[in-house]
Design a protein around this ligand. Structure first.
Ligand code: DUC
Ligand code: ZN
Ligand code: ZN
Length: 487
């Protein structure tokens, strides 16, 4: 069979490491990987380049209203264009239920907006803020049936947080229907009590945001939700882990057989609380949890190396540094009023490549695992995250020698700033293919995008092994079972 495209002469990198190979593509799929493939109708020269799976960003907020009621700065077009320029070919943003929202309407609304605008493929997680009977026994199982196989729940944020009994309810529903629960784990009481005191004392600058979101608040919440998950033997994924204690808690639980996965993000590897400590402009670095210190960065790198942290996502939550986002009350905005979040879709991979692979902290195979393959495995995307026959031809071709000085003016999201302004990175995704289409070409200047609005497709995700119970019950529950009771 003649190939439509052959990516020729490059070094293909999968989770198990690099190998010299050509990649043959027919239609939207990879059909062959090997040396000396027959000519294709189109040939892409990948000599001296790395040929890697396009990134999967399994944690990003797109065209979403936050719990503070603020619409983020990117819609499905600007966000997915930005992702593609950064080498990402699949995103899994959130459909957000706010209290009082009807889940089928929420899902239909996000589907409609994404279908009109996305330029790369996407799945959805569902944020669950109101786990009532209708949600638990009707809406969540129905959402799972449509391929929305993960929920995010919050242990903090006044308008989103669930208490422990509600968390157990959501876990049981996920267990019964094969979905994965993602958890924003921070202790609400610690944060809100400290914030109340700070504001009462007139301490309202962004730096107090980092002070109130203590390390202990993350550690307590991670340990508590692991305990809850253990009671009902239901896998969980802790998102945006930022602390030494958080990484350690996940590692320890995994060592005793609990199915708990961890995620970290660029802001916890490349920023610290000092970035927030620069007056009002610190708002541009405020996210929850906040960046910490160098020791916490080291712990996150170590977690990525040893498996305590399985995935590296952006938590892209773009808010402009103006009244529409970070500063609803202008210069008088207190840290409690500003939108939480930092942009990161476009720079997620270049930052990890340059600082991780380039500085010898991780191998090429680990880079692919953390940015693509593990996301596909954990979230049930069997056709994504690998360069192998049968997989979608979602490919990023990297020039490992290209040096780039980061400037927000060269980025494609709508945030208007980047927390990484001025940094020098080495290594850049110069060509990006999505289901066989060459959608981004940055191999020459000016760079070109060939991606129509709406070409991205919704991917219904499958039940993943990661979401299956470990088959392990803690002693107290075993005792219940022995008495003939069940959960
Ligand atoms: N924290 C979140 O939980 N979500 C969006 C951004 C942030 O900082
Ligand atoms: Zn969160
Ligand atoms: Zn988030």
């Amino acid at each position: 069979m003649q190939f439509d495209t052959v990516v020729r002469g490059g070094t293909v990198v999968n989770a198990d490491g690099p190998a010299r190979a050509d990649v043959g593509i027919v239609g939207e799929r990879i059909t062959a990987v090997g040396e000396g493939l027959a000519p294709g109708k189109r040939e892409i020269d990948a000599r001296d380049r790395l040929v890697m799976p396009g990134g999967i960003d399994s944690h990003c907020h797109i065209e979403q209203v936050s719990s503070f009621g603020i619409m983020c700065a990117d819609d499905f077009h600007s966000a997915t264009v930005s992702a593609a320029f950064g080498g990402t070919t699949t995103v899994i943003p959130f459909c957000a239920q706010h209290r009082g929202d009807c889940i089928p309407e929420v899902l239909a609304d996000y589907h409609r907006r994404a279908a009109e605008k996305a330029v790369i493929d996407y799945g959805f997680h569902l944020i669950v803020a109101n786990p009532d009977e209708q949600t638990l026994s009707g809406d969540l199982p129905a959402a799972i049936e449509t391929g929305v196989r993960s929920f995010k729940i919050f242990m903090t944020y006044e308008r989103m947080r669930l208490h422990d009994e509600q968390i157990l309810d959501v876990l049981m529903t996920a267990r019964s229907h094969g979905a994965l629960v993602m958890v924003h784990a921070e202790n609400h009481g610690i944060i809100s009590w400290l914030a109340g005191r700070m504001v009462g004392q007139g301490r309202v600058a962004p730096r107090y945001h980092a002070i109130c979101h203590t390390r202990s608040s993350e550690a307590e919440a991670i340990n508590r939700v692991i305990a809850l998950a253990e009671v009902v033997d239901t896998p969980i994924l802790i998102v945006h882990v930022s602390t030494i204690e958080g990484v350690a808690a996940i590692r320890q639980a995994r060592a005793r057989g609990v199915k708990v996965y961890g995620e970290t993000c660029p802001q916890y590897l490349f920023l610290t609380a000092r970035d927030i400590d620069r007056g009002l402009e610190g708002a541009m670095f405020c996210c929850s949890p906040p960046p910490r210190d160098e020791a916490a960065q080291q712990a996150c790198w170590q977690g990525l190396k040893d498996g305590a942290l399985a995935v590296y996502s952006s938590d892209h939550a773009p808010y402009r540094y103006d009244a529409s986002g970070k500063l609803p009350k202008g210069e008088k905005t207190s840290f409690k009023e500003m939108a939480n979040g930092v942009p990161g879709l476009e720079l997620r991979l270049p930052l990890l490549f340059s600082e991780g692979v380039g500085k010898g902290r991780i191998s090429l195979g680990e880079f692919v695992q953390l940015t693509a393959t593990h996301h596909a495995e954990v979230y049930g995307l069997p056709s994504k995250g690998r360069i192998a026959p049968g997989c979608d031809a979602d490919i990023a071709i990297w020039d490992t020698t290209r040096s780039v000085k980061i400037s927000s003016t060269a980025l494609h999201d709508n945030t208007g700033y980047t927390p990484y302004e001025g940094r020098a990175l080495t290594g850049w995704p110069v060509m990006v293919l999505s289901r066989g289409d060459l959608i981004i070409d940055q191999s020459q200047s000016p760079s070109v995008i060939h991606a129509e609005r709406g070409r991205g497709r919704f991917i219904a995700r499958v039940r993943s092994d990661a979401a299956a119970p470990a088959g392990r019950r803690i002693a107290e529950v075993e005792q219940l079972a022995a008495w003939g009771d069940s959960l």
